[in-house]
Design a protein around this ligand. Structure first.
Ligand SMILES: Nc1ncnc2c1ncn2[C@@H]1O[C@H](COP(=O)(O)OP(=O)(O)OP(=O)(O)O)[C@@H](O)[C@H]1O
Ligand SMILES: Nc1nc2c(c(=O)[nH]1)N[C@H]1C(S)=C(S)[C@@H](COP(=O)(O)O)O[C@H]1N2
Length: 187
């Protein structure tokens, strides 16, 4: 008797799973209303044509908690793409890059290089961000700075490479809309 196919994972049913992980002591305490998650949602809605499911999570800074949450989103929630915002600077509580060291299997330093280069055209303090990107299993993680205005600049810069990166790591099916973040796939 043939086996029934396994039911799709909850995230697969809703399309590609994307998580916006807001890393901010103050937003997580409610000192200010988070504007990072909504800025990421707006950019993705404008620029992705294929089905996707976006979840916004807000957590406090810190190497341990951020690393644990990233591992859980990759290994248990099967997120295809995680966009973090915040905690990339030099302040004592900014430990997103240290958490990335604990989580990534393969770092993709070109993402951070390009985002800083584009951001430098807007603010000289862009060099203070230690943002990077990389993969863990079938998940791509990209760091964005905490300033909500940085989100559009950075996603405009690196998003064209993201669909092909997801193809390569085994989470295919992301198609872009419009010209700004248009996917590039080598022939
Ligand atoms: N999630 C957010 N929502 C709204 N504004 C934010 C957010 N994160 C950062 N900002 C703004 O950017 C400025 C610089 O952020 P900062 O570098 O202190 O953020 P962070 O280290 O990412 O967050 P925090 O200091 O709260 O842990 C903040 O003063 C705030 O105005
Ligand atoms: N595009 C862009 N990049 C930016 C900024 C910005 O305003 N716009 N702010 C910078 C500043 S002031 C800091 S301290 C670093 C780190 O910010 P984070 O700790 O909130 O991630 O990001 C930098 N990158």
């Amino acid at each position: 008797m043939p086996h029934e196919p396994a039911p799709p994972h909850e995230n697969e049913r809703a399309g590609l799973s994307i998580v916006a992980l807001v890393i901010s002591d103050r937003a997580s305490r409610g000192d200010y209303e988070d504007r990072g998650g909504p800025a990421i949602a707006e950019w993705l809605q404008e620029n992705i044509a294929s089905a996707f499911h976006l979840e916004i999570r807000i957590i406090s800074d810190g190497r341990g908690p951020v690393g644990d949450e990233l591992k859980r989103l990759c290994d248990e929630e099967n997120a295809a793409l995680i966009l973090t915002t915040g905690g990339t600077g030099p302040a004592p509580r900014d430990e997103t890059p240290e958490a990335m060291q604990d989580v990534l299997e393969k770092e993709l330093p070109g993402f951070g290089e390009l985002m800083r280069r584009r951001s430098l055209e807007e603010v000289p303090t862009a060099i203070l961000s230690r943002q990077t990107a990389g993969t863990r299993g079938k998940t791509l993680i990209v760091n964005l700075p905490g300033k909500p205005a940085a989100i559009r600049t950075c996603l405009d810069a690196v998003f064209p490479a993201i669909p092909y990166c997801l193809d390569l790591i085994g989470s295919p099916g992301l198609e872009t809309a419009g010209e700004t973040g248009k996917a590039f796939r080598p022939k």
